[in-house]
Each structure stands twice: as C-alpha cells, then as structure tokens.
Design a protein around this ligand. Structure first.
Ligand code: WQD
Length: 337
C-alpha cells in the first residue's frame, strides 16, 4: 500500500519521504516543482537506496490526480503542496486562495472517489494568530493575520466539517512551528527561491557569503533579549512526526490537531550565537525595525503529540544549526549547484 505525498520534493516533504522509506512505507510523490527541484528525487535515492515513485503535475488537476490513484494503490495521503510565504500571500492573496484551496478540494474529491480516508494535512502554528499567551495548546483560540494563515485555518475547518460528515475518516492536522536544519547527509535541505524570508536560510546564506549581513527585525520586544522568540524544530524531527501521524491514522479514526514543536523558545540573537558556535562562521548583523505581522513570542506545548502519537522532538538547537550549516556548506547555491 502506498502513501501519496503531495509537495514531496519540498523542504519538509522530502525529509518526510526519507523517513517514510526508512519506516518501510512506500511514498508516491506528486509535485509540480514550482518551489522545489527534481534533483531532490536523486538525493532521496542516494540517502535511502530507494527511488520514490514520482508524478510531475499540479494537484489542482483532477485528471492528474485520478491517474495516480488509478495506477498506485494509495492508502493514505500527506498533503504538503501549497504556497507558504506569509509576505507573498499579502501581495497575492488570490494566488494563494486558488492554489491552496483548490488543490486541497480537488485532492479530497479524488480521495472520496477512491475511498481513501486517511489524510494528514500540513497545517501551521500560524493558525493561532497573535497568541494571547504561550505556550500554545491545540485547544486555544484560532485566528489568522494574513492570507497564507487564512488558507491553513479554513482548510482545517473544511477537514473538521468533512470528518463530521464521515466519521470513518482519519484526519491529522499537524501544526508546524519553525522547521529548520537538514538531513545529516547534507544532501537535502532548505532551498528558498530568491532572498530568504525565514531566519535560518538567511543566516546560512550570510555565513556562506551569498548575503552580506543579517537584519534582525526588532530588539524591543518583551523577550529575553528584545528579539523575537520562536519554537525551532529540526526538520527530521518534524518528518518523523508525520510517520507517527500515518501510524495513528492506520489505527484510529478521528480529526485531531497536533502541535509539532519542541516546546522551547529561542530568540533571534540566541539562534545567531548558537549558529556561530556550531558552524565556526561569523554572522554579522544589524538591528532593523520590527517586521509587520511578527509576534514577540511563539512556542508550543507539545504534550498532545507525545500522548496521542508517542512522538517528541529529539534534536536540540546545536544539531539544528550544525545540520543547517552542513547543508549550505555542501550546497552553496542550493540544488542549483
Ligand atoms: C523567525 C524570527 C523574525 C528573518 C514563518 C511563517 C510561519 C511558518 C514558519 C509556514 C522572527 C526573525 C527573520 C530575518 C529576522 N511558515 N527574522 N530576520 O515568521 O516565525 O514563521 O515561518 O508555515 O507560518 O510565518 O519565521 O524565520 O521568518 O522568523 O530577524 O531576516 O526571526 O522577526 O522573530 P516566522 P521566520
């Protein structure tokens, strides 16, 4: 039986495909390579010794999806495919609504047609909006502060409604905190197009010399050192959380939201210092004004993941920084080496 992984050539998707193979599953990747590289497939084969089946196309295309479900014995789905840049979503909301909503609706329609009832959705901590308090627990109020976050929240609500209509389904809503790091082989990692929005790829590109200096967005937040605090989680830990989610879906029905984070918060300057120590590379920075939409602190209570899935993050911030640097050092220009 196979697992369809949409967006399986992406940063989190590719790491999840590796861990699915390691756990004895048979992942089938559907990806249009709009934000990933075909090189990733070769790298997954190099890491695992197995080449995942690949279908190249758009998840909004029903004929494309139907072809996959007719040819492959799909038992469950992990749905990563979607646009994910907060800032871009504010500039191009309609592009985000079309891609993220339509791909999910068409995928769910084809799942229904083929009787596939196990569905793991790539949600995000962004559905908590501007948190009243931390740590964040799954039952806390949900809201959205940008079109990207709105797509994640509305898709969660759609899936909750779908489960109410058919409680033979097994649905996992996995809320990621801040995924960083890379597989220890340095063969797969985060390869953002253009200037990175996120902190770690920006830092690694400064360290490798592609960017001159890091801009630290604000040092006047009510935090340990005035800079933003986030719950960084190693992408391999996150990937292993998806394997646990599939195992849960194999044994249970329901619709459950689960935080995937470490429960520990680190500030921007703490990350800079951890990275410099782990890599031996300087990261010069300047303090800049706050970034619109940023919150002071955002980290989770990971208790439910442990009790429901038997999962908890294993890697600490040093390993996250070492593996981030190892990926960038071995791939100075990402997959376009
Ligand atoms: C982290 C911290 C910034 C860049 C985003 C999305 C979220 C999720 C993860 C998809 C903040 C600071 C950053 C820089 C900086 N993505 N920073 N200089 O904003 O917590 O979360 O990515 O699901 O939905 O919103 O991550 O890495 O952009 O920022 O000072 O050049 O680093 O202010 O405090 P964020 P981030």
């Amino acid at each position: 039986m196979s697992i369809l992984v949409t967006g399986g050539a992406g940063f989190i998707g590719s790491h999840t495909v590796v861990e699915l193979i390691n756990a004895g599953f048979e992942p089938v990747i559907a990806d249009n390579f709009s934000n990933s590289s075909p090189v990733v497939i070769d790298r997954i084969e190099k890491i695992t010794g197995k080449r995942p089946t690949l279908y190249t196309g758009d998840v909004r295309d029903v004929a494309f999806l139907t072809d996959i479900f007719e040819k492959e014995n799909i038992e469950s789905v992990i749905h990563f495919a979607g646009y994910k840049a907060v800032g871009e979503s504010c500039e191009k909301p309609l592009m985000y609504f079309d891609n993220n909503f339509i791909s999910t609706i068409k995928l769910l329609e084809v799942c229904e047609k083929f009787g596939v009832k196990k569905f793991v959705f790539s949600s995000s901590a962004t559905v908590y909006g501007i948190p009243e308090t931390v740590p964040l627990e799954e039952g806390m109020p949900l809201s959205c502060t940008n079109p990207y976050g709105r797509t994640k929240l509305v898709i969660e609500d759609m899936l909750r409604d779908i489960y109410k209509a058919d409680n033979s389904m097994s649905i996992m809503l996995l809320r990621y905190f801040n995924p960083i790091g890379a597989h220890e082989s340095g063969l797969i990692g985060e390869d953002p197009a253009g200037i990175p929005n996120n902190l770690l790829p920006y830092i690694t590109q400064v360290a490798i010399g592609r960017l001159a200096r890091l801009g630290v967005f604000g040092n006047d937040y009510p935090t340990v050192d005035g800079t933003g605090v986030r719950d960084y989680i190693h992408v391999v830990d996150l990937a292993k959380g998806h394997v646990k989610a599939i195992e849960w879906a194999d044994k249970n029905t329901g619709c459950e939201a689960v935080n995937l984070g470490t429960g520990n918060g680190y500030s921007v300057l703490q990350i800079v210092s951890s990275f410099e120590k782990a890599s031996g590379m300087p990261v010069p920075y300047d303090i800049k004004p706050r970034r619109d939409g940023d919150v002071a602190e955002n980290f989770c209570d990971p208790t439910k993941a442990k009790s429901l899935l038997g999962w908890q993050a294993e890697y600490g911030i040093e390993k996250m920084c070492i593996d981030s640097w190892n990926w960038q050092k071995n791939n100075p220009n990402g997959y376009n080496n």
